[in-house]
Design a protein around this ligand. Sequence first.
Ligand code: ATP
Ligand code: MG
Length: 271
Amino acid sequence: MSYYSVLGLQKEPFSTSPDPDFFYRSSSHETALKRLEITIRLRRGLSLILGDVGVGKTTLMRTLLQTFKDEDDFIFHMILDPGYKSEFQFLQSLARLFNITTPSKSGLDFKEALEKYLFHQGVDRNKTIVLLIDEGQKITLENLEALRTLLNYETNEYKLLQLVIMAQVELLPRVKRMRNFMDRIALKYTINLLDELETKKMVEFRLSQAGYHNPTPLFTLEAIKLIYQLTQGHPRKIAMICHGALEMIVMKDQAQVDVQILNSFLETYER
Ligand SMILES: Nc1ncnc2c1ncn2[C@@H]1O[C@H](COP(=O)(O)OP(=O)(O)OP(=O)(O)O)[C@@H](O)[C@H]1O
Ligand SMILES: [Mg+2]
């Protein structure tokens, strides 16, 4: 029997996978999501979402995808690891992702085929093509340059490719050196860490999504305060500590996570 079913839960509440069902909409996450949605619907081109390690970029991306899941006019493509070494490799895999079958031998061939595809889908079929790229800090300068070329394809009213790049903040200084890339950014937003109240709400939200509906809170207020102090509102760190603390109460046969339990978990965790 799993530890969480002992606590009366149906699902694992603090898994570290980027599951939209466990995505708590803090004010910053909500702002990012809404602004992304608007920028995509208006077909304004390039959006750059920055954030610290573990702040929720991948989960946000999957949540965005879900927002549009019933809308046939939007075609989403996703690159989870854009660490392609050469421009040729990158363009080749983009063409594959877009299901382009035109034979291409050079980077130029691929660019032409991609342009044709974007015009066909975006103008003839009036579809909105969205390319979501995660781990944007891994994109080489050369490939950023290739993406810039694709962003040039537009009609008088709108861009043909909606590009969303999620990246750790280290991407920014690199992009800043590319003036003509910076000029194309329609939305730039940095996701903030949670504050103390949001930390509490994120914990409660994830517990309730996992099936905890008991009126007695599973974490004492003091425990939440300590979790906030320890994590400074980093979502991944919050999830990891909560996971460990819940395992600890099951092991010790206790009903609630309090400061004492947290401390005994932290002792084993830090060793
Ligand atoms: N708003 C949130 N609500 C609930 N859980 C969250 C939230 N944001 C992040 N998490 C949790 O934190 C963990 C890390 O999230 P995620 O992988 O999306 O972060 P990331 O920014 O993509 O990290 P990295 O920089 O390492 O790629 C996951 O367990 C995720 O569920
Ligand atoms: Mg990520």
